[in-house]
Design a binder for this molecule. Structure first.
Ligand code: ADP
Ligand code: ASP
Ligand code: MG
Length: 402
């Protein structure tokens, strides 16, 4: 008998038929004598729809506390519906909200981090031979307020339960049958991977492959939780995410695209020491994550600094630097939201020169201009015009993944 944690994403429970399909999958494992804990996301586009409802009431953006109160309702609906389906099929089941399942988080509403999962209630329910259905994406802070974990956060809820309860298996069910070398909906030639390392998956997820939430991969690596990503619609093996993977011939594990990017250009700065410090210190105070940075020589002994940030932070970045215009002393500042980041990831790249040049050649052949470049041991990212992003992913995939 094993302890199995299963997570089903929004599309897997989007309507009644799919809810019953998921219920049957769960019951299959339960009837073999296993203990089953299930994490579910909100149905279909529920979370997006709730965000729109909030905007109808307050277009300037409601408080993050109230937004969390609203968004957590999406998962409350789906756990109840899934539990009702399992009940109807004749199996004992109970649904639990995040706080009932013991999820404590910090207080950063909208992007809270899990501090602890107290598994007592889940254990008690399992002892009664109940199937336990837990609302993903939510927890409770120290003030007893509901928090949410950030978009795609249910993956992390599942890994947290698997880590805390030392589950035998953690299965992430979704609407594709595994992790591919690129988004299979955008690149039809993308290949399914049998396995991928935590580090590679973490890079791919961070660089925009939404199939797994990056925090969930980070946590899986930390607590050594082996993950399987698989389809909720077909029964076949998925992709295993683990520490080491038998190296195949390919150097590149995957290509990812991120359109949640904007660039800020500060033009005509004084070319003196301390300017970069002033800019990035201010952004750090505002908790804005800066990604790629480019400094270039401007006119008449000045310099320009351009950097990329998540799109949602673009306006705040510009406003905070504009507020320092007198002390920073620059000519002008510009925000560009029409950019995207395309990246390649692969642990094999480290020891193989020439990968970057192949990537740049692919983009050159596709007549795509590079605005910024950044590299690390296992990834290369380029910033390009957003409208070229899908074409760029395809061109790079065609050239580097055979
Ligand atoms: P869920 O609702 O189950 O959490 P998501 O929409 O968050 O599902 O993630 C699944 C989607 O991720 C797929 O439909 C696919 O379009 C996208 N995706 C992006 N990159 C990849 C990749 N490299 N491999 C597989 N899927 C990917
Ligand atoms: N429902 C949340 C979202 O749409 C959490 C999740 O799907 O994992 O982001
Ligand atoms: Mg997801």
């Amino acid at each position: 008998m094993a302890l199995i944690v299963k997570k089903f994403g929004g599309s897997s429970v989007a309507n009644a038929k799919r809810v019953f399909n998921v219920a049957n999958t769960i019951i299959g494992d339960y009837k073999k004598g296993n203990d089953v804990v299930v994490v579910v996301s909100a149905q279909g586009d529920t979370t997006d729809d709730l965000i729109e409802k909030a905007k109808e009431i307050n277009p300037d953006g409601p408080s993050k506390r109230e937004l969390d109160m609203l968004l957590s309702a999406g998962e409350q609906m789906s756990i109840a519906l899934l539990a009702m389906a399992i009940e109807k099929l004749g199996c004992p089941v109970i649904s639990l909200l995040g706080w009932q399942a013991g999820f404590s988080t910090d207080s950063k509403h909208g992007i809270a981090r899990i501090k602890k999962v107290d598994p007592e209630r889940i254990k008690n329910e399992i002892a009664k031979r109940n199937i336990v259905i837990v609302a993903g994406f939510q927890g409770l802070n120290k003030y007893d307020d509901i928090t949410t974990l950030g978009r795609g956060g249910s993956d992390t809820s599942a890994v947290a339960i698997a880590a805390t309860m030392k589950a035998d298996v953690c299965q992430i069910y979704t609407d594709v049958d595994g992790v591919y070398t690129a988004d299979p909906r955008k690149v039809p030639d993308a290949k399914k991977l049998d396995a991928i390392t935590y580090d590679e998956m973490l890079e791919l997820a961070t660089l925009g492959a939404q199939v797994l939430n990056n925090r969930s991969v980070e946590m899986a690596k930390k607590y050594n939780v082996e993950l399987e990503v698989l389809s909720s619609l077909e029964t076949k093996p998925g992709t295993i995410v683990k520490e080491t993977v038998k190296m195949e011939k390919t150097l590149i594990r995957g290509v990812a695209k991120d359109t949640n990017v904007a660039t800020v250009s500060v033009v005509g700065l004084e070319d003196t020491p301390g300017v970069a410090f002033k800019i990035f210190n201010k952004l750090a105070q505002k908790r804005i994550n800066v990604d790629i940075i480019l400094q270039s020589v401007g006119r008449d002994g000045t310099k320009d600094i351009t950097f990329s940030v998540p799109k949602d932070d673009g306006k705040t970045a510009v406003e905070s630097l504009e507020a320092m215009k007198d002390s920073l002393n620059f000519h002008k500042i510009a925000l560009d939201e029409s950019v995207a980041k395309v990246s390649i990831v692969g642990a094999g790249m480290e020891s193989h020169p020439g990968v970057a040049s192949k990537m740049f050649e692919a983009l050159y052949d596709a007549n795509i201009n590079l605005r910024m470049i950044s590299t690390s041991e296992i990834k290369i990212s380029v910033l390009i015009d957003a409208e070229c992003a899908d074409r760029a992913v395809k061109a790079v995939h065609d050239k580097l993944i055979d």
